[in-house]
Design a protein. Structure first.
Length: 280
């Protein structure tokens, strides 16, 4: 992150951060900060953010420490409950721009029900998932996105569960915008976060992160640079992915918008109900 953005958007008294060398979470936190910074200067007044009305909500995990580093109105909540807290914040003050930073375990394991119900209600928030395929902070247990066959401290002989596609899960639950980014394609990921914030409704950006310490080392994925270069090779636009023969799609993934629709947003509909009850 450029030094001017560090002093502008980070709580420097909380640095240095706790993330391991090579962790992708720092890159994704930078993408969130840049997205907000660019939207605060957006020439279109409809999308221009007021920094004082931006709220960062996180749960528990490596990813969720980002709320303590980013210098906004922020709340570091309990495990799996970030989206529930974010829903309450948005309902209490719909004018706020609510951004949830969460991990694959935080939002799709203990927080799975909160994810699917916020998605089906279409609550106006942007959920940025730091998806590194593992529980890093608590010692390397496998998560709902750990690929089948990969090892973890709680799966020494390999995971036998089928992994979640978090973006697909959110889309199936009714999210009106889903997208995928990663830690290599920083410009594309930043733009997707901006698109999610601009979107009026529930948006989820599933960002593939890298964890060289607990996931990469245990599964012989190489060092951080090797893992990052793999993202460079495997992440591609939808058009390029669609053009691949089926046998060449294994291990590849789409970078960009996955689903996008528009239907009534929950807090606006809730206000209509209040107005009706009050005879307005």
């Amino acid at each position: 992150m450029p030094s001017d953005l560090i002093y502008k958007y980070m709580r420097v008294d909380h640095l240095p951060h706790i993330w391991c060398a090579g962790c992708g979470n720092g890159t994704l936190t930078r993408d969130v900060a840049v997205a907000v910074d660019e939207l605060c200067k957006d020439p279109d007044e409809r999308f221009r953010l007021d920094r004082e009305k931006v709220v960062i909500v996180s749960g528990i995990g490596c990813s969720s420490r980002a709320a303590g580093y980013l210098d906004f109105n922020s709340i570091h909540t309990t495990h799996g409950r970030a989206i529930a807290f974010a829903t309450g914040i948005k309902l209490a003050n719909p004018e706020l721009t609510v951004i949830v930073i969460t991990g694959d375990g935080d939002c799709s394991a203990i927080g799975g029900n909160h994810l699917i119900h916020a998605a089906r209600r279409n609550v106006d928030m942007t959920v940025v998932v730091y998806d590194n395929n593992i529980y890093g902070m608590t010692g390397g247990q496998y998560s709902p996105t750990t690929p089948r066959g990969d090892r973890a401290t709680t799966a020494p002989y390999g995971v036998i569960d089928r992994p979640f596609d978090i973006a697909g899960l959110a889309a199936g639950a009714g999210a009106s915008l889903t997208a995928r980014g990663d830690t290599y394609h920083t410009r594309e990921t930043t733009d997707l976060i901006k698109k999610g914030i601009r979107h009026k409704g529930f948006s989820l950006i599933d960002c593939y992160s890298i964890c060289p310490t607990y996931y990469g080392r245990k599964n012989k994925k190489g060092d951080a640079v090797t893992m990052l270069m793999r993202q460079k090779e495997c992440g591609m636009p939808a058009e390029a992915y669609s053009a691949l023969p089926e046998e060449e799609k294994a291990g590849k993934y789409v970078i960009g918008t996955l689903t996008h629709s528009n239907y009534p947003e929950f807090t606006a509909e809730y206000q209509k109900m209040i107005d009706k009850a009050m005879g307005k």
